[in-house]
Design a protein around this ligand. Structure first.
Ligand SMILES: [Fe+2]
Ligand SMILES: [Fe+2]
Length: 348
C-alpha cells in the first residue's frame, strides 16, 4: 500500500490514480484522523505545505503510524526554500520534488524509492506488479496516443512478474493485482501473471517463459484504441459495440506490426487470442491445428482472467467455478491444456 498525505485536493485525484497503478493508494488529508498503526506501507508521498505547523504535524504522525523511517518519504514541495527543505529533511524525506513536477514523473520517483524488496515476499510481489504494471501503462499510453510502441521496453516487464509468481505464488499476485481499479490494466496484469505461472508449471525453459509472458503482456494492446464507453461498459454490448470491441485483436496486431521488432509468436498471440478450435472465434475464424499452442495457452489464461476479475458492478467468480467454465468449453479449447491449467491455478 502507498500513502498519500495532501492539503491540495485538486491535484490529489490525478496523483492518487497514478499511484494506484503502483500499489493500492490510501489518501489522507491534513485535517483527517489517522489510525494507530498502518501495516505494509511501501512508501509515503506528502503533497503538503510543510511550513504550516498542522501539515508538518500530520506528516510526522502519519509516518510514525506507518513504521517511521522504514517507510520511504517523498515530499512534493510547495517551495524549494531553505526552511521548507530543512523541515522535509528533518522528517526524513528521501526525495524532495518541486510541487509542479508532472505527476507521471512523481509516480516514477515513487517507484524508484519503494521500500526495498528484501523486506519480504509481499514486497517482492508488490514490486513485481509495480514494475510490470509500469511497462503495461507505458504500452497502453503509447498505443492510445498513436506513438510507436517500443518492443525493447516490454522486456523490462518480464522478469518482475516471473520472479513475483515464483517467489510469492499465483494467489498473492492475483490478490495484489485485483486491487487496481482500471479494468484493462488489471486484466493485462492478471493474464500476464497467469501465463507466467502456467509457463513455469509446464516446465518451459527460461526463454520460452519470457516469450509467453511477453505475448500475454501485450495481448490486449489493441484495447488502447477502443472508445472507453464501449471498453468499460458494464453489462452486455449491443452488436455494433461488440464489433468495435472485437476489432481490438486485429488493431493490436497492426499496432505491433507497425512498431516493428516484435517476434512472430507475439504477433500470433495478439491477433488470434480470441480464436477457438471450432472456428467460431475472431478475427480470422481459424480452426483446429491452425491455432498454435502459444495462442491456445494465452486464450485459456485470458478467459479465466476475465471470469475472476474484480469489477465495481459484479463480484469476481471463484476460481473453481471459473475452471468449470473452461472445462465446459470442450470443442473450443484444448482440453489437455485446460486440465494442466486447472492444476496450475489450484497449485497442485
Ligand atoms: Fe482480447
Ligand atoms: Fe484479454
Amino acid at each position: 500500500m502507498l500513502l498519500l498525505l495532501t492539503d491540495r485536493p485538486d491535484r490529489t485525484v490525478a496523483l492518487a490514480q497514478l499511484l494506484e497503478q503502483i500499489a493500492p493508494c490510501r489518501v489522507s488529508t491534513v485535517q483527517g484522523r489517522f489510525p494507530g498503526r498502518i501495516e505494509g506501507a511501501l512508501g509515503l508521498v506528502a503533497d503538503v505545505d510543510l511550513l504550516q505547523p498542522e501539515a508538518a504535524r500530520s506528516l510526522r504522525t502519519l509516518r510514525g503510524a506507518a513504521g517511521g523511517a522504514r517507510t520511504p518519504l517523498i515530499c512534493l514541495m510547495r517551495s524549494m526554500g531553505e526552511r521548507s527543505l530543512a523541515e522535509a529533511r528533518s522528517q526524513g524525506a528521501e526525495l524532495c520534488l518541486p510541487g509542479d513536477t508532472p505527476i507521471r514523473t512523481v509516480a516514477q520517483a515513487v517507484l524508484a524509492h519503494l521500500r526495498p524488496a528484501s523486506t519480504g515476499i509481499e514486497a517482492v510481489v508488490a514490486r513485481g506488479a509495480a514494475e510490470t504494471g509500469t511497462v503495461i501503462t507505458g504500452l497502453l499510453d503509447a498505443a492510445r496516443n498513436g506513438e510507436l510502441v517500443r518492443a525493447e521496453a516490454i522486456d523490462a516487464g518480464l522478469t518482475p512478474v516471473l520472479t513475483a509468481v515464483e517467489t510469492g505464488g499465483l494467489d498473492r499476485w492475483l490478490a495484489t493485482v485485483r486491487s487496481y481499479d482500471d479494468a484493462t490494466y488489471q486484466h493485462c496484469l492478471l493474464v500476464t501473471g497467469l501465463a507466467a505461472t502456467f509457463a513455469i508449471d509446464l516446465g518451459f525453459s527460461e526463454r520460452d517463459r519470457q516469450q509467453i509472458v511477453r505475448a500475454a503482456l501485450v495481448h490486449d494492446v489493441g484495447k488502447a484504441r477502443i472508445p472507453l464507453d464501449v471498453l468499460n461498459k458494464p453489462g452486455r454490448l449491443d452488436p455494433a459495440e461488440q464489433a468495435v470491441m472485437r476489432s481490438h485483436a486485429a488493431v493490436g496486431h497492426r499496432i505491433l506490426v507497425e512498431a516493428g521488432g516484435f517476434d512472430d509468436l507475439t504477433l500470433d498471440v495478439v491477433r488470434h487470442h480470441h480464436e477457438v478450435l471450432d472456428g467460431s472465434g475472431y478475427p480470422d475464424g481459424l480452426a483446429g491445428s491452425a491455432i498454435s499452442d502459444p495462442v491456445r495457452l494465452v486464450t485459456i489464461c485470458d478467459i479465466y482472467a476475465a471470469l475472476v476479475e474484480s469489477r465495481p458492478y459484479r463480484a469476481p467468480m471463484p476460481s473453481g467455478e471459473a475452471v468449470d467454465v473452461l472445462l465446459g468449453m470442450a470443442g473450443k479449447l484444448d482440453m489437455v491444456l485446460v486440465h494442466a491449467f486447472a492444476r496450475s491455478v489450484s497449485g497442485t
